[in-house]
Design a protein around this ligand. Structure first.
Ligand code: IVH
Length: 669
């Protein structure tokens, strides 16, 4: 194998690995810039040595975002990508090419737009109604994500205004604004899941969620930028988009019609600085020839239009020297390495620390002590290290050796198969795990006990609390003598602990801090199982069967509930008189008029004998009417196991829907 062949193989392997991490795992670990540069290097080599070309090379595929669980549908018009560049010179080359392809001296203008950093979507409208939403997929076929897209509030389900065509497609970008992204990652951290790398992955991941109710809570947004139909309203793209705006679509205001490439360059420089202030990520600027007739004449290459190009911003980065690594231990025992760096300015702040994610990440960087590293900031709160400058490595520098023992309690760290991080298994005695669990327990969304982290640490150090149940044995006299604590603050704390005994069971379940059990899954579990014993006695299959729970959460709950220490803990919390069952009188179902005008029958057997009457109460609480026999007025039947055979038969004859308890609860969400 010669040198070039070897390089080509190496680049293909690298890019295939990146694609896998990006598209399958949704956990990319290289910057876009690095990816694009490597892709370009490979393209150049393949062009130079055509004998090395291979149909399976990553240069021949537009990334593929398809997910087998969605139906795949052919695009009416292929969904192409854009050529992109990071350099002013190449941008000017693009402009020169356009001028050469158009008749000499013919005027034209560019529509300059933001390049939204999300996931692309193609929407089809018939008679003013959204009928289909497809992801890009491989460019020819995409995933049908219509149900999920329907939950995005900025996408009109019915068009407004007049003059919209009967049948057309419109394309745009689904994105996750910074606010939604921060909220989502805070929630993930709270339940022990790793945070998502960036807004783009979060948006793409949300769109592929199997449960559209969960999608609706992700706070996604959508900007539209490309109208497709056989006969467009006008010759100008800008005017067409203005029309689309009048039909109800969200079209960016931050556009400019540029008369020449210098005006484009001004627009680029403006947004390179101003993008920091936008509430969502953009990764560049797109410029498109504005006239449709000119676009037709310019045409397409195999993969991209000749009339448009994306200029990509280089993510703002800074170099810093690695001083040391701290290993933080979270409440679930997960160890997170954090780099301490020489302070540097980056995107308006001084950065001294950056996350290193986990052991695999450190290894993939081939990080050595004292290395010079590059850091980048995206929508995320903590900057991340993207690469190491090996040329600046001190001779004799040693590679980072990941710790083998917990930095706090000394226990040997372990790693579960398939996970990229290590954790400390000493959950019962490792101080940050003990205090971390208590801190989570008292938070507002959990037990809402009025107690800060410092007080928890103080009580723990004074040997007054060693687990969450100990809070309920605290006395005013235990606390008032401690530093910074007086009688009043001690009384307030005890009062607040006392009050937490009224906190409903779903929040108690969340407060226990079982890995992966967030507020939402705790509510679902409580609706399904009603009390702690039913959850503790459920089989793994029963837990995993619950809608939106799945095997990961189910295994975590099952293991937690079968651990001797936890069984004792539950017993002590029960003795402290915490709410360990759903309060039927104050059922979680919201009271509304969602079922007004609906005649409903509840039939069959449910998880507990009283469940049927609870469901019937929910029907009435939400404005529905209960029926005992099926007739033409019946709206639907909520059926448990073994529903009445005659009812089912009659319903089938009359074409009346029979739904499950879960469907019914989802209706009331
Ligand atoms: S126009 C024929 N306009 O960038 C291509 N794309 O790298 C039509 N994107 O696949 C695309 N902002 O997902 C266009 N204002 C914008 C855009 C934009 C973001 C995305 C889009 C596209 C990718 C190409």
């Amino acid at each position: 194998m010669n040198l070039f062949e070897h390089k080509v193989m190496q680049l293909r392997e690298f890019l295939n690995e990146c694609n896998y991490k990006y598209y399958v795992l949704a956990q990319p670990d290289v910057s876009d810039y690095e990816y694009d540069m490597k892709m370009r290097e490979l393209q150049d080599l393949e062009a130079q040595y055509p004998e090395l070309d291979d149909p399976d090379s990553p240069t021949h595929r537009v990334g593929d975002d398809r997910n087998q669980e969605f139906q795949q549908v052919e695009h009416r018009y292929p969904m192409l990508s854009l050529a992109n560049t990071y350099s002013e010179g190449e941008l000017r080359d693009f402009d020169a090419r356009i001028r050469k392809l158009l008749p000499e001296g013919e005027e034209f203008s560019y529509s300059c737009e933001l390049k939204f950093d999300g996931t692309s979507i193609s929407l089809t409208y018939h008679d003013g109604r959204l009928v289909r939403a497809l992801t890009r997929g491989d460019g020819q076929k995409g995933d049908d994500v219509t149900n999920n897209v329907r939950t995005i509030k900025s996408i009109p389900l019915r068009l407004t205004g007049a003059g919209y065509p009967d049948d057309f497609e419109i394309r745009g970008e689904i994105l996750m604004p910074h606010e939604s992204f921060k909220r989502l990652n805070a929630e993930r951290l709270e339940i022990g899941e790793p945070p998502l790398a960036n807004c783009r992955n979060a948006a793409a991941g949300a769109l592929k969620t199997q449960n559209s109710a969960a999608v609706s809570k992700r706070g996604l947004d959508c900007y539209l930028y490309y109208l497709l139909m056989d006969q467009l309203p006008t010759d100008s793209h800008t005017e067409n988009m203005a029309q689309a705006k009048s039909w109800g679509f969200k079209v960016s205001e931050n556009t400019k019609l540029a008369k020449n490439i210098d005006e484009v360059w001004d627009f680029i420089n403006y947004w390179d600085k101003e993008r920091e202030k936008l509430p969502y990520d953009i990764d560049g600027i797109v410029l498109k020839v504005d006239s449709m007739a000119q676009r037709d004449r310019l045409g397409f290459t195999a993969k991209t239009p000749r009339w448009a190009i994306a200029y990509k911003f280089k993510a703002e980065e800074a170099a810093a020297k690695l001083l040391s690594i701290d290993y933080q231990v979270g409440r679930t025992g997960i160890v997170t390495p954090v780099a301490n760096l020489t302070p540097v300015h980056l995107a308006g702040t001084v950065v001294k620390r950056a996350t290193l994610n986990n052991a695999d990440f450190i290894r993939s960087l081939d990080l050595h002590n004292g290395d010079t590293v590059y850091i980048e900031k995206g929508g995320e709160i903590i900057p991340k290290i993207t690469r190491v400058d090996e040329n600046l490595r001190e001779p004799g520098a040693t590679p980072i050796k990941y710790i083998e023992n917990c930095p706090v309690c000394g226990a040997a760290l372990v790693r579960n198969e398939g996970e990229s991080g290590y954790y400390c298994p000493n959950y019962a005695n490792c101080p940050p795990q003990i205090t971390g669990k208590i801190i989570h327990f008292v938070t507002r969304k959990a037990m809402d006990i009025n107690c800060g982290e410092a007080t928890i640490e103080q009580l723990y150090k004074a040997h007054l609390i060693n687990d969450i149940a100990d809070l309920y044995s605290l006395k005013v006299s235990d606390i008032e003598g401690l530093e910074r604590q007086g009688r009043k603050s001690a009384e307030n704390l005890i009062q607040s602990i006392e009050k937490s005994k009224q906190v409903p069971f779903d929040r108690v379940l969340y407060a226990l801090g079982i890995r992966y059990v967030g507020e939402g899954s705790a509510k679902i579990l409580v609706k399904k199982f009603h009390d702690i014993d039913s959850i503790a006695n459920a089989t793994l299959e029963q837990l995993a069967e619950v809608k939106d729970v799945g095997i990961g959460i189910a295994t975590s709950i099952f293991d937690w509930m079968h651990n001797d220490n936890n069984i004792k803990l539950i017993q002590r919390l029960r003795e402290a008189e915490l709410q360990m069952a759903l309060d039927v009188a104050e059922d979680l179902a919201p009271k509304s008029d969602k079922l007004s005008d609906k005649n409903i029958i509840v039939t069959g057997s449910f998880a507990t004998p009283q469940r049927r009457s609870e469901l019937e109460k929910m029907v009435e609480d939400n404005g529905g009417k209960l029926q005992s026999g099926v007739n033409a007025k019946t709206s639907f039947i909520v059926a448990g196991a073994k529903p009445g055979a005659s009812k089912v038969q009659k319903a089938e004859k009359l074409g009346i829907k029979i739904i499950s308890e879960e469907d019914f609860l989802a209706m009331l969400e």
